[in-house]
Design a protein. Sequence first.
Length: 188
Amino acid sequence: MKRTSLVMGALALAMLPASSAFADTFDFNFNGPKFSGSGTFTATFDSGDQWTITGVTGSVTSTLDGTSNINALLPVNSYPTGFGQTPNDNILIFPGTPGFRNPVYFDNAGVSFSLVNNDDVNLNDTFGFEATVDGKHNVTDLDYSISITDVGASPAPEPSSLLLLGTGVLGAAGVLRRKIAAGKATIA
C-alpha cells in the first residue's frame, strides 16, 4: 500500500503542468564607419517581440582601438548615459521593428558590454537609427547596418522540473530512512 501511494504521488507530480523556459542564441553582425563587430547574444524570452540579453560573446573593431574581444555583458542600468540615451536595459527586439534604413533591434537604452581593452560599448536605437557608442572615447556611430539572426533555442532548467526532482529525492530518502529505522535495510 505504501509503495502504491508513493508511485501515485510521483505520477501526480509528474503530470503537473510545467512551463518551458528557453534560452535562444542570436548571431549579430554590425558595420559602421567607426565600429564593426560580430558575435552571439544569449537571451531569454520576455513577451511579444522582447528578449532579455543574458550573455554576449564576439569581438568589436574600432578605428581608434583596433579589434578587441567582448569580455562580458554589463549589468542593467550600468552604462553611462549620453545625449538622447537612457541607461542600458539589455533588451533585444526580435525580429526587429521598422527603422529609417534598417530594422531596429534595440530600444533607446540598448545593450551594453565591456571589451577586453577596458572599453564599454552600447548598441542602441537613437531617434530611429541604430547607434554604437564607445564609452572610453565618447564616440557615437549613427546609422550603421546590423543583422541579427535567431540560431536556435536550447532548453534551460525550469523551476518546476527542479522541484519535481527535489521531491523525488526527498521521497526516496524518506523510504530509505524508514527501512533503516525498521531494520529491514541490508548493507551491500
